[in-house]
Design a binder for this molecule. Structure first.
Ligand code: SF4
Length: 336
């Protein structure tokens, strides 16, 4: 790695698995110098020529990691993903896959897209070693940063700040890391060990963690006084109030977020004989419905049922056709 502190960390060359960070000579040119596209011109080209990579919010180097898999090297494929999108084992299971909608195989409308997301999961599942911390880009800056929240955002920020050479302390209100990945997504969709090992790779890069640490106004002032910077990455944990009779804020029912949190933490009691109606057709609604149905004998009993009520058509639900079919197999009725 170069000692030059002025090098841009976004100019990355990958030579086998050795990472060397070098800067392209002119920002407006293609990154032929580095071998990895990262200039504005590169991204313009991606939009046209590699639409899957352009459609991915993390701009994951999809062709690179699929090629590594095709060459029989899942460790390299995982490492490429790890650089680009941090929680690639997680995303290989729960990403909404905008890359696949953009895949050029869709253009011919013959075989559907390349199964990019499943290939990401394959790289994660077939890698031979657990993920290791990524190398730092810069030496120590002597700056101290407090990150509030140990979910995907806080962990990602912590990882990148460490790579920039800063000292990072992460404050998490619960006794576990992962945030929504661990508490909001049902375990049958995302096994917790996948979250744990990817979070561990970040913590092992040198992040200090204070668990069970709630940050109120006094604590926030203390952090502001003690640290060079404070990053708030607490997520959106407050449910939307629908302002209709029966909404949790009006004393009835339970929000999807709260249900999934309680369910994942084992805090849902029996609802023997009750019917469960879930309003909405997004990912949270589907997760709630399938979690209820999978625990049906305990939660709703033989006499109970789980139904989704959605204001639009079934085709407009966020879940894909496979998911809707799986819901039917789990005896979940959909009224759309
Ligand atoms: S599966 Fe998700 S994270 Fe992976 S390339 Fe596609 S959009 Fe990006």
């Amino acid at each position: 790695m170069s000692d030059d502190k002025n090098l841009s960390p976004f100019r990355i060359a990958v030579d086998e698995l050795k990472i060397d960070y070098v800067m392209a000579p002119i920002d407006q040119e293609y990154s032929t110098f580095t071998g990895v596209g990262s200039s504005p011109l590169d991204f313009k080209s991606y939009d046209k020529d590699i639409p899957c990579q352009a459609a991915c919010p993390a701009k994951t180097r999809v062709p690179h990691y699929i090629q590594a898999l095709a060459e029989g090297d899942p460790d390299k494929a995982y490492r490429i993903n790890q650089e680009d999108n941090v929680f690639s084992g997680v995303l290989g299971r729960v990403c909404s896959r905008p890359c696949e909608d953009a895949c050029r195989h869709n253009w011919t409308d013959t075989q559907g897209p390349v199964h990019i997301c499943h290939l990401k999961r394959a790289a994660s599942d077939y890698k031979t070693n657990p993920p290791a911390p990524l190398p730092a880009w810069f030496g120590t800056s002597t700056k101290r940063v407090a990150v509030i929240g140990g979910g995907p955002s806080g962990l990602t920020a912590a990882r990148e700040l460490i790579r920039y050479g800063h000292e990072v302390t992460l404050f998490e209100r619960d006794s576990m890391l992962g945030g929504m990945m661990a508490q909001g997504i049902p375990v049958f969709r995302l096994p917790r060990d996948i979250v744990d090992i990817e979070a561990k790779a970040i913590i092992d890069s040198g992040v200090k963690v204070e668990y069970n640490s709630t940050v109120d106004a006094d604590k926030m002032q203390q952090l502001i006084d003690e640290y060079d910077a404070v990053l708030v990455a607490v997520g959106t944990t407050k449910a939307v109030n629908l302002k209709i009779p029966g909404h949790p804020e009006n004393g009835h029912g339970i929000s999807g977020l709260k249900f999934m949190y309680d369910y994942n933490m084992g805090n849902i009691g029996d609802m023997e004989g009750q019917d469960v109606i879930i309003l909405g057709g997004g990912f949270t609604a589907v997760d709630c419905a399938r979690s209820c149905a999978r625990a049906a004998s305990r939660l709703v009993g033989d006499k109970g049922s789980v139904k989704i009520v959605y204001r639009r058509t079934e085709g407009q639900m966020t879940g894909d056709a496979d998911e809707i079919e799986e819901m039917r197999l789990e005896n979940i009725e959909v009224f759309a």
